[in-house]
Design a protein. Sequence first.
Length: 419
Amino acid sequence: MKLIIHRGAHQVGGNCVELSHMDSTILLDVGLPLDSRFDDDPKLNLPQPLFDEIRQGIKKINGVLLSHAHMDHYGLAGMLPPDIPIYSGPASADLMELTSKINPHNMRPFTPSLFNDRDTFRIGSFSITPYLVDHSAFDAYGFLISAGGKNLFYTGDFRAHGRKMAIFDKLINDLPKLNVLVMEGTMIGPRSDEISLTEEELEEKFVQLIQETSGIVMVSASSQNIDRLVTLFKATMRSERLFIIDFYTAEVLESLGKYANIPQASWARIRVCYPGPLARRFEKLGLKNILEKYLQDGINWRKLREIEDKVVMLIRPGFLFNIKKFFGLQGTTWVYSMWPGYFKTDKRLNELRTYFEGKEVRMEYLHTGGHATKEDLVKMADTINPSMLIPVHSFHSERFQDDFNNVRLVKDGEVLQID
Ligand SMILES: [Zn+2]
């Protein structure tokens, strides 16, 4: 087996790993770099020379495995020639389809072939078994890949402190003897000391914050971070408030509702709001049907204002227009529950913060990351004891040598023969 990390050997995001054996070649993830901007020309972000070689027919790809529906793992899949088969988990395929409707890049849409947890399938001379992992993305997988008598496991992104934490121990004990472990290391280096709360611990903190708040509780969290939405819903129920989501979040929850028992717009203690600019954007994109779907579960802004002190509301910077127009914000708490790095690049997020500062809104940060702590990474490596450990998805790959055995550092583009 031959391995090339085209991107991700020394950075978080933009993962793209090539494996080849005999006449078969597969790719693991084709992600956008994290520092790329949404309106960038995607061509500028392609891992090269890989894409040129594919286009010129120098390299033939038999299949592309997408680990999960985060842009830094799948964002360039639509730039591949359409005859290359793409594979993903079923819920990830639904999430990617929904995202592509709302944020149409100049990339072609694609329809992946679907795989299921622990159902082995073949691509050319590779045997592939997906393993569901705990991550902030719903339906995330690592892949056990076997060829020529060698076993390699690619972790994708994972953690052991989310709502699916129990599958971490099962995973590390179920995997066979590995020749190679390609392991993500987002938290290696300066972030090693960060405390990673479990979602349950986070829920307790939310309950406390809601109870301390006399007015509305506004929370900024990703509509696709289902673990977090469940945490918020549970904390809201325990505080006997209504949970207010927007129609896009309602659509995400509905499309994933067939895979898990997760909160739905139709539930008694949930209401759906319609932020003006977001509604106009959906209408412009021809997605009026999504707006109309949740009208019977809707709540209007005047009613929301009347019951400000009885709700927990999921918000995004784009809601500022309606927040300014309708809310008094007395006794309000705003909880930021996402990666703090967005403050560096997101102008509208900073506008929202400035507005809240002006209104003397209490601001809190309550978040836990999607990536395994150093302790959990060490536990995984110690349990599996691979012959070779290759770091990926890390800004500090060289630091793996401090805490792990059999580390093999590679550079982006370096060809590594696995014997
Ligand atoms: Zn991810």
